[in-house]
Design a protein around this ligand. Structure first.
Ligand code: ADP
Ligand code: ADP
Length: 231
């Protein structure tokens, strides 16, 4: 479980998050929706400590971080381990093959044996429908395929939560489908996911919970059926 209490984040004199209180449950998919510039990405990035709010509490299970104190690097490392971020623009290593992209973290960071890491990577590539692209390079893949590799790479680190920031917004609609299918499969396996998305169809179909953010505040926190039926 991830819980934020009274979290505030400013950029200069712009308040991006105001007194935010929210809980993200494990084994659920939460969709964060809302207008452009409302603070969705800042919220997501705060969960991975890519952004540092000035005040408030961050709970990750029993671990508590008080944003009003300097962050301890061991807390940052531990939170980064437990939260895998998937970016809008994939961020793959262009000089590494697809399977090496997926193996890199497990071998370099988790110190897994290369053979075992390769096997896990191949299983994950199979899961995202790209086992046949293992030896290709990112530049040879479509955007949708690259994003599926990025999801496999995130899963390879075995995070407790997967954070996805507009995972399909750089893709043409016809390339979106493969990525959405992968996310739907992960949701059905009860993986813990937090997805910033503009895709309301996806939010309605896949999310267990919707968070609607506007102007740095949460205006709705509840089920998709309530979100989509209430006036
Ligand atoms: P969203 O993801 O909902 O589009 P963001 O979280 O990216 O919104 O941004 C929220 C607000 O904070 C916007 O007004 C944006 O311009 C501002 N903002 C985000 N990141 C920065 C930054 N690094 N420096 C200054 N302002 C920022
Ligand atoms: P992209 O390859 O850019 O994602 P598509 O969304 O059209 O473009 O997907 C390409 C193909 O990969 C589709 O025909 C899709 O059915 C196939 N595919 C096979 N297995 C999977 C899977 N597990 N998840 C997603 N797509 C898959």
């Amino acid at each position: 479980m991830i819980k934020l209490e009274h979290v505030n984040k400013t950029f200069g004199n712009h308040q991006a998050l105001t007194d935010l209180n929210v809980t993200f449950n494990a084994h659920e998919t939460t969709a964060i929706v809302g207008p452009s510039g409302s603070g969705k990405s800042t919220l997501l990035r705060s969960l991975n400590l890519l952004e540092r709010p000035e005040s408030g509490l961050y709970h990750f299970n029993d671990q508590v971080i008080d944003f009003s104190h300097p962050l301890a690097s061991k807390d940052v490392l531990s939170i980064r381990r437990k939260t895998g971020m998937v970016f809008q623009d994939y961020n793959l290593f262009p000089h590494l093959s697809v399977v090496k992209n997926v193996m890199e973290g497990p071998v370099q960071v988790l110190k897994q044996q290369p053979d075992a890491a390769r096997q896990t990577a191949m299983d994950l590539l199979d899961k995202v429908g790209l086992a046949d692209k293992a030896d290709a390079y990112p530049g040879q893949l479509s955007g949708g395929q690259q994003q599926r590799v990025a999801i496999a790479r995130s899963l390879a680190m075995d995070p407790e939560f997967i954070l996805l920031d507009e995972p399909t917004s750089a893709l043409d609609p016809e390339l979106e489908a493969g990525v959405l299918r992968v996310l739907l499969a992960l949701a059905q396996e009860n993986d813990s996911m937090i997805v910033v998305t503009h895709n309301m169809e996806f939010a309605r179909a896949v999310a267990d919970k919707i968070i609607f953010v506007e102007d740095g505040r949460i205006l709705f926190d509840g089920t998709p059926s309530d979100f989509f039926t209430k006036p």
